[in-house]
Design a protein around this ligand. Structure first.
Ligand SMILES: [Zn+2]
Length: 478
């Protein structure tokens, strides 16, 4: 199979012309012809830097990088460049979903389904994804063999001892005692590889193991105290690796995670942890206990509790990025809504309170200036309609929280690049000279209506062009 789809047929359908008259005599001479240079001409350019859109723009690509992007007079079209006539269309940075889970060895996404899902993400204009925890080495080796996929970066899951050995104590409920296996076992059965970290362990050694597995950073998952969070964060930062964590990581609270220097926090509903004392947080070991406790305290009013707001203010002042993952919770609520008759469960109660509380926490976060990344918690298996999407997350940020489409787009481009962080984050997220040529050309204006992100004409990743239909159908990919 060919390694990539040739750009020629794609360009042909857009009206390929060869430029030879890129400037007037008064201007400096056009640069010498460059191999593999492409000029996207006439689009309205929204470059993701926070500035206003530029009409009738010229964006130049050389090999896999952006050479120039601006108004027609700013970027002289190199002689011999391929020109894409993009008049009437809208050019934005490639989208970033900073929270996905791609590899499920026992659910079918280890093989063909992984490739299909990644092609579908690319067809949506998503050119970078960050896997927030599966098996970095196994995932990255599979992705390397794919011919069309977003850039994939992987985080290493880390959890404390009780995640791996919970003593098999039961949880007492009205219907008797429920015995659960340690959460790590369920995770390992999916083919994931969480690393264990205990208070006396060597943080540098864990960071080295994560790096060896190919991870770009750490994702702190559960059962880590504030001192462990701090030691892991400092060790990872010394190695140039970002650290993210669940809000909260039991017993460490969000406020403790933030003051430890963690780069980001995921799941808005987890801010409910701020409402417990450190002693109470330490007793919430099992999922059932955690869900019951959260369901009891996570009201809309609780999102205004001074302890929650203190954590959000700390995030805002330190620049800690927040990923609310609202669409994933919305999917869970919808699945309960779709069941006409069912016995109410603790999980349902938890999901419904987490949804209401999480939405209000996010509203407060936006109001208080916390930087938002629109990572979706997308998973790459199961019915497509059940999967959270970046598109769904952005719709919620705009339609339910009242963010402007521009602010939402920043949460999937510039700010999502900051969420990804590390070395990879410095090359993506905006259309600027030197960044990767990861771009999306839309036929409708997403700044007017975020739903217009559905109208993808062309996806460009590292200078390679793809039609959504080709990616989804697999036609012309062999
Ligand atoms: Zn997740």
């Amino acid at each position: 199979m060919a390694s990539t789809l040739s750009t020629a047929p794609v360009l042909g359908t857009l009206g390929l012309v060869v430029a030879g008259c890129g400037g007037t005599p008064a201007r400096p001479p056009a640069p010498a012809p460059l191999p593999s240079s492409i000029a996207i001409v006439g689009a309205t350019l929204w470059d993701g830097t926070g500035g206003p859109p530029v009409t009738n723009a010229v964006t130049l690509i050389r090999r896999d990088r952006i050479l120039c992007a601006g108004s027609a007079g700013e970027c002289a079209i190199p002689k011999g460049a391929r020109v894409v006539d993009a008049r009437g269309r809208y050019l934005i940075p490639g989208l970033i979903d900073s929270h996905v889970h791609l590899l499920f060895l026992t659910r079918g996404s280890a093989g063909e389904e992984l490739g299909l899902d990644l092609r579908d993400l690319l067809a949506q204009g998503i050119t970078t994804v960050r896997d927030m925890g599966t098996d970095p080495a196994a995932l990255l080796s599979r992705v390397r063999s794919l011919q069309a996929a977003p850039r994939v970066h992987a985080m290493q899951l880390v959890a404390g001892r009780r995640f791996f050995f919970n003593g098999f104590h039961g949880t007492r409920t009205a219907r008797g005692t429920i015995y659960r296996q340690p959460p790590a076992i369920a995770m390992q059965q999916l083919g994931w590889r969480p690393l264990q970290f205990d208070p006396g362990d060597d943080a540098e050694a864990l960071v080295a193991a994560a790096r060896k597995a190919g991870a770009m950073g750490l994702k702190l998952y559960a059962h880590l105290d504030s001192s462990s969070v701090r030691r892991l964060t400092e060790a990872a930062h010394r190695a140039g690796m970002p650290v993210w964590g669940h809000a909260w990581v039991q017993p460490a609270s969000v406020l403790e995670q933030v003051t430890a220097g963690q780069n980001g926090v995921v799941h808005a509903a987890g801010l409910a942890g701020e409402l417990f004392t450190v002693e109470d947080r330490d007793t919430l070991v099992r999922d059932g206990d955690l869900q019951a406790a959260t369901a009891a305290v996570a009201t809309v009013g609780a999102a205004h509790d001074p302890r929650v707001l203190a954590a959000l203010d700390s995030m805002a002042s330190r620049g800690t990025v927040f990923e609310p993952t609202l669409d994933a919770v919305r999917h869970s609520v919808a699945s309960y809504d779709a069941k006409l008759r069912h016995i109410p469960s603790l999980q349902e109660e938890y999901v419904r309170s987490a949804s209401r509380f999480g939405m209000e926490v996010t509203r407060q976060a936006v109001r208080r200036g916390v930087r938002i990344s629109a990572g979706s918690d997308h998973v790459s298996y199961g019915p497509r309609t059940d999967r959270a999407t970046l598109f769904g997350e952005l719709r919620l940020l705009v339609d339910s929280l009242g963010m402007s489409p521009t602010a939402a787009l920043l949460a999937a481009t510039r700010d999502a690049a900051r969420a990804v962080g590390g070395q990879p984050g410095r090359h993506i997220g905006t259309i600027q000279k030197g960044r990767y040529a990861d771009l999306v050309l839309l036929s409708k204006n997403p700044l007017e209506d975020i739903a217009n992100l559905e109208y993808v004409d062309l996806v460009i990743i590292g200078g390679k062009m793809w039609r959504p239909g080709q990616l989804r159908s697999g036609i012309a990919m062999n």
